[in-house]
Design a binder for this molecule. Structure first.
Ligand code: MLT
Length: 323
């Protein structure tokens, strides 16, 4: 009896050890909680390729959209914590969402094993090309005068474009009509086509359209100009210094990963961010690559906790001011 128990215990331990040693044995799904072609998807695809090479298995992107990214993140958070489902979260899903969703089915600080920050993504105030205002001050005037006739695109309540957008509206006293999309990829198509008037979006999505001249950029909400958009003034230069916001994208796994599996994912992301072509692409699009102190799971855990604490009061009062 004792021998049988010992043998079965040994085989369980051997199976567990073997799984960790040999991980990964099949493709890994990276859930992107927004539409293909938008900023989260762009960053995910940039890091997925070198991560696949580092892991020796394909990291396959699955776009699961809805509810400002919380549908995909909820689903991924409930997947088995075996390393075969990971996700690209961001400042919205893991920072802003708790302020805006009463029944959020995950806790950004408790339901995940953080893997690491993937990119920092400054926010740019962009508008359709045909808007007559030539600078941020003129745009804000037009926005206030236009009221609900002005259409502001965003990627769903709690997303980056929504939270940074309502913050912008409450700061300048604007009350535009909010138009929701499954991501700012499709929203950008409509902005280029002139179907919506403006949005606040992550630079990695809009930089190519700004340089290509198909949309306007009124300001970038960072202390310094971006090397990718040297002609776009900062919000401070453009007369709205109180609007300084930046977003970020980061890789998470469902809580409870075996330690070896987690270490392999952390190492693969680290390798991906050192990959010269991945790094170049992020920088070309105006994103930032995490500095040493910002990289890895511990820094990401701290970032999530501080972002939830920072965004909760700000967003609650912005939404109360502009329901
Ligand atoms: C957002 O606003 O949260 C993002 O732009 C979503 C996306 O990746 O489309």
């Amino acid at each position: 009896m004792r021998t049988a128990l010992a043998i079965s215990l040994l085989s369980v331990l051997a199976a567990f050890g073997a799984a960790a040693d040999t991980y990964p044995q099949r493709p890994i799904t990276m859930v992107v909680p927004f539409a293909a072609g938008g900023p989260t998807d762009v960053v995910a695809r940039i890091v997925a390729e070198p991560m696949s090479r580092a892991l020796g298995q394909q990291v396959v992107i699955e776009n699961v959209t809805g509810a400002g990214g919380t549908t995909g993140i909820t689903r991924a958070s409930q997947a088995s914590p075996d390393g075969y489902t990971i996700m690209m979260g961001h400042m919205g899903t893991h920072g802003a969402a708790p302020a805006l969703f009463k029944g959020l089915k995950y806790d950004p600080a408790k339901s995940f094993d953080p893997i690491g920050l993937a990119a920092g993504t400054p926010i740019v105030i962009v508008a359709k090309k045909s808007l007559p205002a030539e600078n941020l001050k003129g745009f804000i005037e037009a926005l206030k005068t236009g009221g609900a006739s002005m259409n502001q695109a965003h990627a769903g309540v709690g997303s980056v474009s929504h939270s940074t957008g309502v913050l912008f509206d409450s700061l300048v006293g604007a009350k535009p009509t909010l138009v929701v999309y499954r991501g700012t990829g499709p929203a950008l198509n409509d902005l280029v086509a002139g179907q919506v008037d403006f949005m606040t979006d992550q630079i990695v999505n809009v930089a190519p359209q700004i340089t290509g001249g198909t949309i306007k950029a009124y300001a970038i909400a960072t202390p310094e100009r971006s090397p990718s958009l040297p002609d776009v003034p900062t919000t401070k230069e453009a007369g709205l210094p109180e609007y300084e916001v930046s977003a970020w994208n980061a890789v998470f796994a469902p809580k409870g990963l075996p330690a070896d599996v987690r270490a392999k994912l952390v190492a693969a992301l680290d390798t991906a961010l050192k990959d010269p072509s991945a790094k170049k692409r992020i920088l070309e699009l105006g994103g930032t690559v995490p500095k040493e102190a910002e990289a890895g799971p511990d820094a990401l855990q701290k970032l999530v906790e501080s972002e939830v604490a920072r965004w909760t009061p700000v967003l609650r009062s912005a939404v109360d001011a502009n329901p």
